[in-house]
Design a protein around this ligand. Structure first.
Ligand code: MN
Length: 357
């Protein structure tokens, strides 16, 4: 199992590579150049330096999360080809550097959204949570402030202040974009980048929309099995795949995660494995990874990954804030390390059980 941890890079993360290498079973990181705005070409020397830094701790870069897609591409603006050219140049830089998994998302304006970044639980831990009723009362022009004020001083992934300073203009960009147009723009983008991906064996892994339904009137198209299958049919290359994020897809209880994992065999290039607890309709708290702490059966999910022969990178996903740790919400060390230990345990048990048959 290629177990990894997401790491935002020195200066952007409270967690160090020294700490990550000490988590049993973790052999690599999923990282990025956090300071490079979407649309810019990544300099090869920065990738080289990043690789050297990570490998200096005996770890590997298992993949990039994320190379963000510029809004001109998502909205299909006249200048999108320039940004697609830049994206291709970045993929080339990654390809020659031996990096072969790239996570990205195709959500307009906002990446993931939560109504609370530190909801207290009975045991004194805090978690990310989502409540549609609260979101419906928030002016989307003001949600950046709400998210940013709860971030413990970190820049949250997908919530870049420079980009979201222009939120009104961003909303205007998408004013006439419906699900169909967004899908067409995604297909246009994927068709353009597939040749370079195939040349270097780079597996593109789209992250599902989180939560898995439209918010603030913006379209969302990566929300369920049907959407994903449609996307893979439209751009039928093995390099066109998904980041199977259990928590994002399962935000909609209609999504059966083990079934989706089995159906997407061969197209899952990266996995985020975490649990959540349904509280009501379109209302959930993130929980510890343990099955009993949430609503998902993590054993069945890991068993499905085992059954399809998944050999890409796994990572525990958002953790609770515990033991007084002050990190980026969802991305502290302690609870993600507990999550990693738990995934190790499930995997060892499943492997031995299946081999003994
Ligand atoms: Mn995820």
């Amino acid at each position: 199992m290629k177990l990894s941890l997401r790491w935002f890079g020195t200066g952007h993360d409270s967690v160090t590579l020294e700490q990550i290498r000490q988590i049993p079973g973790v052999k690599g990181v999923i990282t990025t150049l956090y300071d490079i705005p979407a649309g810019d070409v990544w300099p090869i020397e920065r990738i080289r330096a990043l690789k050297e830094e990570v490998e200096g701790y005996g770890l590997k870069i298992f993949g990039i999360e994320s190379v963000n897609v510029h809004d001109a591409i998502k909205a299909g603006l006249p200048d999108r080809d320039k940004y697609i050219e830049n994206y291709i140049k970045t993929l080339e830089v990654l390809g020659v550097s031996g990096i072969d998994v790239v996570c990205y998302n195709f959500m307009p304006v906002f990446d993931w959204v939560r109504s609370d970044l530190a909801k207290p639980r009975e045991d004194g831990s805090t978690v990310l949570s989502y409540d549609q009723e609260i979101i419906d009362r928030i002016d989307p022009m003001k949600i950046f402030k709400a998210m940013d004020s709860g971030s413990n001083g970190f820049v949250l992934p997908g919530w870049e202040p420079e980009r979201l300073a222009h939120i009104k203009e961003l909303f205007e960009l998408y004013s006439d974009i419906d699900n169909k147009k967004l899908f067409d723009n995604m297909v246009y983008f994927l068709k353009a980048i597939m040749p370079i991906c195939e040349k270097y064996g780079i597996k593109m892994a789209v992250h599902p929309d989180d939560p898995a339904w439209p918010i603030f009137g913006l379209p969302r198209i990566v929300t369920n099995l049907e959407n994903l299958e449609r996307l893979f049919e439209a751009v039928d290359s093995p390099c066109n795949g998904v980041t199977l994020c259990t928590g994002s897809l399962a935000s909609n209880p209609e999504n059966d995660i083990p079934e989706i994992v089995r159906a997407l065999k061969g197209r899952i290039h990266f996995a985020h494995v975490r649990n959540l607890k349904y509280i009501g309709t379109r209302k959930f708290d993130e929980s510890a990874h343990l099955s009993a702490d949430g609503s998902l059966d993590m054993f069945e999910i890991m068993k499905a990954f085992y059954d399809i022969g998944f050999d890409g990178p796994f990572r525990p996903d958002h953790g609770r804030a515990i033991w007084g740790e002050k990190g980026m919400p969802g991305y502290g060390l302690f609870d993600r390390a507990l999550g990693a230990a738990y995934l190790n345990g499930l995997w060892e048990a499943i492997t031995k059980m299946e081999k003994g048959k």
